[in-house]
Write a protein of this length. Structure first.
Length: 256
């Protein structure tokens, strides 16, 4: 027996007539199919898809983390606000209380303001009874954030807890100026701050039939109204108890 493997294989080769049953071109096509199948194993493809899924999951977690960080960051009052009300920290608190940090201010509520603005009230508290409150005109975009970067300060105060009857201290101040009929500069809008007493809700009724909402914060009702025309009746602020009964009504605004 020969040790030449090539000769051994030739000897084992079937009769050449078999080529008629399995032609060379068919053999070549089948070989190409087998080679194509075995050269592209499925395992690496599955691993690739799993890696992609993990990468996508990681990306989603990353986006969530960024969103959480952004949400946390939006809880900070803008520097323009804290710088403007820096003096809140200097307000002398009573014994056992601490000064108020404007960075801790929160928007209590908002109502529509003049000319597409928003009227909002912010309050910040220190330890004990010390707190500071301010009302502002801000933009609708600013009202969507925890605090405004641009606003009109409508007056603020820092005080301790106290009692009072409905309407006490209902002073008004000018919020903005405009041109009068003769071109003179005159008040355009006024704002007010009136003690709530036992009232839990209030409305401001103007002589023109408008009913303007108010904001209850720190035991007072805050709001604004257009400057009445000279000679017209002053607006009336009416307070209501929880059961809807009228607590009291007062005229509010300038005397002509």
């Amino acid at each position: 027996m020969t040790k030449d493997l090539l000769k051994t294989l030739e000897a084992m080769r079937p009769d050449t007539g078999a080529d008629r049953l399995w032609p060379q071109r068919v053999q070549a096509a089948e070989q190409a199919r087998i080679m194509a199948t075995t050269s592209a194993p499925t395992a690496p493809a599955v691993r690739s898809r799993r890696v992609g899924a993990v990468a996508l999951t990681a990306a989603l977690f990353a986006v969530g983390a960024l969103g959480a960080c952004a949400a946390a960051a939006t809880g900070l009052m803008p520097k323009a606000f804290t710088d403007h009300y820096y003096f809140w920290k200097e307000a002398a608190p009573e014994p056992g209380a601490t000064a108020v940090d404007p960075a801790t201010a929160e928007r209590i509520a908002s109502i529509p303001g003049p000319d597409g603005t928003v009227f909002s009230v912010f309050e910040a508290r220190g330890a004990g009874s010390q707190r500071c409150v301010t009302s502002v005109f801000e933009s609708a975009a600013g009202a969507a954030d925890p605090g405004p970067s641009e606003f009109t300060d409508l007056g603020s105060r820092c005080r301790h807890d106290g009692d009072g009857a409905f309407g006490d201290g209902a002073g008004t101040m000018v919020a903005s100026f405009g041109d009068g009929a003769g071109g003179e500069v005159r008040p355009k809008e006024l704002v007010y701050d009136a003690v709530a007493g036992t009232a839990v809700r209030a409305e401001l009724h103007t002589s023109t039939g408008q009913v303007l909402p108010t904001i209850l914060a720190d035991g007072s009702f805050f709001g604004w109204f257009p400057m009445p025309s000279p000679g017209s009746p002053r607006p009336v602020l009416t307070g209501y108890a929880a059961d809807g009964t009228v607590v009291g009504s007062i005229e509010i605004g300038p005397n002509f």
